[in-house]
Ligand binder design. Structure first.
Ligand SMILES: NC(=O)c1ccc[n+]([C@@H]2O[C@H](COP(=O)([O-])OP(=O)(O)OC[C@H]3O[C@@H](n4cnc5c(N)ncnc54)[C@H](OP(=O)(O)O)[C@@H]3O)[C@@H](O)[C@H]2O)c1
Length: 297
């Protein structure tokens, strides 16, 4: 019989990639979703049955943060993460053979705006503000009840780079439309991770029973925003490019319904614990990651 992996919120960018890779590796993959063609959040019995004896539960569910932070959106961003996590906790508690491992997504945004030094899991400082509070509440909901038979790992994930989803489409559009220079000062640090490394980290954590708690899922080679934009321009080769000062970004963000924090916050996050545990990144540098994404290798 195939070993089971359950992915909650698995219909999105990261979840679909993980589903494909785990299926290729011979696993049975089941998704929990709001969509009625999958196991739905309203069917507690099916969720529990799916979790029985699973190798791993991976929870990615949450409304996208790429929207205006109105009061309504803020409530949904927070609630969709905390409530799904609590619901999974109840289901895990009811299993007679609970999943061996539960990986919950978290975010590298939990750390403060950092231009002075990198943030790791032990010396990093937690920030303030709405998105940090969401991350804190998400991790608290995840860790507040012990699960003696289920190992828990929260992945503080940096911006995920991969083909056909996430931030690559908006960044590519920006460069093609002539806004391929830096955003704001360009000196904010851009921590990122290739989507294949997200999968490889999960495989690594599955194979290392001593790993638990919080881990930064970020490549060891973060770059300045201006370096990232230059690396994109080298691949897209726009005829012209302009930088976007902060006032223009504020205006643009309002027009397209997003928040400037997504590009202006300096997220300088390094994967200290994963590297100490011996994890080897397939894509340690932004050039290697973009070469794969733009199909140059
Ligand atoms: N992509 C990144 O760069 C990145 C970086 C750090 C952290 N993360 C976190 O990783 C997770 C997955 O990221 P992603 O890029 O794959 O996101 P995504 O493409 O937006 O997918 C998230 C999934 O969450 C579910 N969802 C959306 N709104 C929901 C709601 N109100 N209630 C319950 N479920 C809801 C959706 O599944 P259904 O429609 O099937 O219900 C969706 O497929 C997210 O929680 C995100 O915050 C992502």
């Amino acid at each position: 019989m195939k070993q089971k992996i359950i992915i909650a919120g698995g219909t999105g960018f990261i979840g679909q990639y993980l589903m494909k890779r785990f299926r290729e590796a011979g696993y049975e993959v089941l998704l929990i979703s709001r969509n009625s063609s999958r196991i739905t959040w309203t069917d507690a019995h099916k969720i529990r049955t799916a979790l029985e004896g699973a190798e791993a539960l991976i929870n990615l569910a949450g409304k996208s943060v790429d929207c205006r932070y109105t009061e309504v959106n803020k409530q949904i961003i927070l609630g969709s993460r905390v409530q799904t996590t609590k619901q999974l906790q109840l289901a895990v508690d009811q299993c007679s053979t609970p999943p061996k491992l539960w990986i919950n997504s978290s975010t590298a945004t939990i750390y403060r705006h950092a231009e002075d030094r990198p943030m790791d899991e032990t010396e990093g400082e937690i920030g303030t503000g709405f998105s940090v509070n969401v991350a804190k509440a998400w991790e608290q909901a995840f860790f507040e009840h012990p699960t003696p038979a289920t190992r828990k790992v929260a992945l503080r994930t940096a911006i995920v780079l991969g083909k056909g989803g996430g931030v690559m489409a908006p960044y590519t559009r920006l460069v093609k439309f002539g806004l391929g220079g830096s955003q704001g000062s360009g000196r904010q640090v851009f921590s990122w991770i290739h989507i294949e490394d997200v999968y490889q980290i999960i495989r690594f954590v599955m194979q290392q029973p001593s790993l638990e708690g919080v881990y930064n899922a970020a490549a060891p080679g973060p770059v300045f925003n201006q370096q990232f934009m230059q690396a994109l321009r080298e691949r897209i080769r726009p005829p012209v490019y302009f930088s976007s000062p902060e006032w223009l970004l504020q205006l643009g963000a309002q027009l397209i319904g997003t928040e400037t924090e997504l590009v202006l916050k300096s997220r300088w996050v390094i994967p200290k614990k994963l590297q100490e545990a011996g994890f080897q990144f397939r894509y340690p540098t932004v050039n290697e990651a973009l070469d794969e994404i733009f199909g140059e290798k």
